[in-house]
Every structure is written in C-alpha cells, then in structure tokens.
Design a protein around this ligand. Sequence first.
Ligand code: PMP
Ligand code: GLN
Length: 379
Amino acid sequence: IRSKLPRVGTTIFTRMSKLAEDHQAINLAQGFPEFDCSPDLQKLVDKYVRLGKNQYAPMAGVMVLREAIAEKVFASTSHQYHPETEITITSGATEALFVAISTIIHAGDEVIVFEPTYDSYVPAIELNGGIPVFVTLDPQYESIDWGAVCSRITPQTRAIMVNTPHNPTGNVWKLNDLQQLAHLAEKYDLLVISDEVYEHIVFDGQPHISTASIPSLAARTFLCGSFGKTFHTTGWKLGYCLAPSALTTEFRKIHQYVVFSVVTPLQFAVAEYLAEPAHYLSLSSFYERKRNMFLDAINDTGFAMRPTEGSFFQNASYSNLSDENDRVLAERLTKEVGVASIPVSSFYNEITDFKTLRFCFAKNDETLLRAADALHKIV
Ligand code: PMP
Ligand code: GLN
C-alpha cells in the first residue's frame, strides 16, 4: 500500500530495547522505570476492579479523576480548569498529543517544533497534512534561542510544540521562556501544545513552570500530561489533556472516535491516589539522587555531561572517546559493553552528528552502578 508515513520505521525505543534484550544488555535506552509502582496504588486498582468499575468510563474520563486533576493543577498554578468542559482523560500523553495536533492542524498549516524532539510529534503533524518547521538546538543546550523561533514564524504558522522538562535534553523552561512564548503566541495568534509529562521530575531546586500558570498561555494551550512518569506506571497509558472549553469541545470530537474512553478502574485508583500530594512531590528528589549517582559513577569515563535539569534522561557527549556516529556507537555499546542507550540523532529530522547518547537513569541503583562499570570499558 502507499504509506502515509514513508519515512517512518519502527521507533528507536523499540529497536534499542529489542537489541538490549537480544544481547542481554542493561537497558538504559527506552525511558521507563525499572521499579514498580507503589503497593498502595496497586491496592486501589484492585479495590476498584472488585467494586465493579470495569465497564466503559465516560468519554471525557471519570469525574472524580477530572476533579482531582483540576484541584492539583489549581494548587500549583492558580489556574482553574473546569472538570466538565476543560479536562479530558486520554490513553497516555501520546493520545493527548496526537488528538490535540489533529484538532487544530489543517493541510498546509505550519507547526514550530524544537529539535531534538520527542518522536511522536512530527508523524502526528504530517498525518494531518501539517508542516513541521524546526528550530534546531544542540543536545546539551542551555537555553532557547527565541530570536531563532521568531524567525521561523510565517503567516502559515498555526501552533508551537512545547516540551518542558524536555526529552531528551532535560532542559527545563525558565519563566523568561514562558513569557517569550506567551508574547509570540499572542502576537502571531498561535496555539500551543505543551507536553509536560516530566512535570514532577525537576532538579537542583528549579521549579517546573507550567503553561497553565500564565493566563494568556492557558487560554491558547493544550496541556498534555501523563501519570506514567509520575507514578512509575508507564504501562497504564493514562494521561490527560487540559484546554479551554472551545478547544476541548473540538478535542473531544476526535478523542471519542480514537479511543472513546480509557481504562476505568485505573482512573478511579489514580483519582484517589492523587489526593495525597506526597505521592508526587517527592519524585524530584528521588530522581535527583539517581542522576547524581549516575553522573558520579561515569564521571571519569571521558563522557562530557551537563547535569540534566529534569526528566530521567542524561545526555552524554562522547566526542573525546570515539569518532563513530551515535547510531553505530549505541549499537556497539549494547553488543560489546552490555549497555543500551539512545543515539540522540534519532531526535533530529535531518542527519546530525552531535556524538551524543541518551541514558535513562530511572533504574535501580545497582543497575546504574553495573552500567557505569561497563561503560568504563568503552574504547
Ligand atoms: N512525551 C514525552 C516527552 C515522553 O517522553 C513520553 C513518554 N515516553 C510521552 C510524551 C508519552 O507519554 P505516555 O506514555 O503517557 O503516552
Ligand atoms: N518516552 C520513552 C522514551 O523517550 C519511550 C516511549 C516509547 O517507547 N514510545 O524513551
């Protein structure tokens, strides 16, 4: 058949996980926690399954979960999303992002995308006939070049994709970035799709500043979130989209024909678990310790690293160690050294050679130390 995504193959996450399995390598490639979610959360799932919450949820999500999200977001941003009309529970952030893009992108619309970029955005834009317009950044960039963003805006620009904390660089947007975004979005009447799935994984005392905390942004943003990262439940594929009611109305027209609704007992369980802020507010320190441990353990290997500001990914440049391109090195390290990573070139549209690998440190301490030990053998 004639492919709608001729340039797309199997994702790099699936390929590197498979390679890790085939070679029994430590998988620091695909981003998922090695540890389980809390037993209390598991008990809540069990409770709601037994209570018979096993049929279709309402299309927009169960009301108690929408209310719990509204309360949580209000507490951190002072923005009130209305559970009835502005909050939709989705099958992970992936569905939220896909549906948000489908909701607003018409053929020929341009969308500003920062690269390196998470892999699901561009195919979603292209399937809707949109045109991704890239603002290219270095894999260990420290700040957004807003002049470059401005220069990419044309009369066809419809939207801008935001991801903070960022996968794969870990970059966390500062207040100035949000203000610049708000200014450009208003000036050029752009919509914003903001991927904030790592909102609770931010280091060194820096805050996560949500698009929801800036009223003029909240008024034109689809905020996409996920419980996968926050509760160590990536396999549940439970996420949400927050957006003003006019946008949400259109969003739901598509969501209802993509999945209709998402898994019922998990929604009830997460709603109850969210009531206790300690369940997510300790996540940054949990991962900051792991980041530091990983950095210390590979500090003397020759990799050059700027400590990641957020997310559970650390980028590492190996230009002092090897001339190989990153795909070749990532494959060789998996097979010969026994550690799988993600070549950062996979997050770029054009072929790049930044000589950088992404390591996921959402792993047990012992796994991280074993991986670091093995990485000393890179030659
Ligand atoms: N956005 C980013 C930046 C991610 O890293 C991920 C998770 N891998 C997603 C979206 C997708 O989240 P979910 O698993 O909830 O669909
Ligand atoms: N978000 C995860 C990562 O960046 C992967 C999720 C997936 O495999 N699609 O590694």
